[in-house]
Design a binder for this molecule. Structure first.
Ligand SMILES: [Zn+2]
Ligand SMILES: [Zn+2]
Length: 299
């Protein structure tokens, strides 16, 4: 999976940071979390592809997380998207999309389906599942965890050859975990294929206080993307507005036994985020600062 941070600022954009949006490229298409104003341009720069299978998952209805939706839909339509697109979010998202498209006379050239969700399982596909919990913000806000399905184990060609199985469709069947017959004898896939490999897990939790529900949701994540809006000397502000400090985000990463932490949704008061990173690393060394248009491949 390849992840790209499209916008890493919070509340208002700055010269360096666009408003929140985070994209994940999976085998089953593109998954985008939040769509702050200006996301359409970041989307183009990141070359994420206008006509992929795609789902957008919105954390909450605060303006900095949703105002990019109408523009993105408009651009995609204008540039020839034909595949349908699904938008998930908390109650209110359907009225928002309807209102902001109808009042400007926009008619999409591709089907747009809006699905309102709460805590539970939002999406299940052949490739992944997306689970949600309510975060702890000053407005109803969802955190999401994308969990890739288990993948078939490694295939050992030498073992297959030794059993007299010729390369071709039989190998393919074994790789898919199906048994094959050779000379009237049944051969189970487990004889030539290793243990199934665990899928990757990415948790997206912005606009939230550190919270147990998110800790449980994020359990064992390969990457936790978490609200780290303030440094610790602004912890009162974080509490007041339902956000986290960088070190609080790091505590969530540590408690959830995540493998890495991306701090995001920075307040515009921080042109320099080094202090936030230092504070997070004291608690959770595998922390890093998300930057606009930064991409990374999860192994
Ligand atoms: Zn926000
Ligand atoms: Zn918010």
């Amino acid at each position: 999976m390849r992840v790209t941070f499209l916008g890493t600022g919070g509340s208002v954009p700055t010269k360096q940071r666009n408003l929140p949006s985070f994209a994940v490229r999976t085998d089953g298409g593109l998954v985008m979390f939040d769509c702050g104003e200006g996301t359409q341009k970041q989307f183009l720069i990141a070359k994420l592809g206008l006509n992929r299978e795609m789902r957008i998952l919105i954390s909450h209805m605060h303006a900095d997380h949703i105002l990019g939706i109408p523009g993105l839909l408009h651009s995609m339509s204008f540039m020839g998207r034909s595949r349908d697109l699904e938008i998930y979010g908390p109650p209110g998202i359907r009225a928002f999309v309807q209102c902001t498209t109808e009042t400007v006379g926009f008619r999409s050239m591709f089907p747009v389906r809006v699905i309102e969700v709460g805590a539970g399982t939002a999406v299940t596909t052949d490739q992944y599942t997306i689970k949600t919990v309510w975060a702890d913000h000053d407005f109803p806000c969802l955190s999401y965890a994308l969990v890739e399905n288990e993948k078939p184990g490694r295939f050992y060609p030498a073992k297959a050859r030794k059993l007299g199985i010729p390369k071709g469709p039989l190998w393919k069947a074994l790789q898919m975990g199906k048994p094959v017959r050779i000379g009237g004898k049944k051969i189970d896939a487990s004889r030539v294929v290793g243990e199934p490999r665990k899928g990757l897990k990415i948790t997206y939790a912005v606009d939230t206080r550190p919270c147990e529900r998110v800790v449980r949701l994020a359990s064992g994540s390969d990457l936790l993307v978490h609200d780290g809006m303030f440094a610790s000397d602004a912890s009162e502000r974080a509490r007041e507005f339902g956000h986290s400090t960088a070190s609080e985000a790091a505590t969530v990463a540590k408690k959830s036994r995540s493998r890495s932490l991306a701090l995001t949704h920075f307040s515009a008061i921080y042109e320099d985020t080094r202090q936030l990173l230092v504070e997070a690393k004291r608690v959770f060394p595998k922390s890093f600062v998300a930057e606009d248009l930064k991409s990374l491949e999860l192994p």
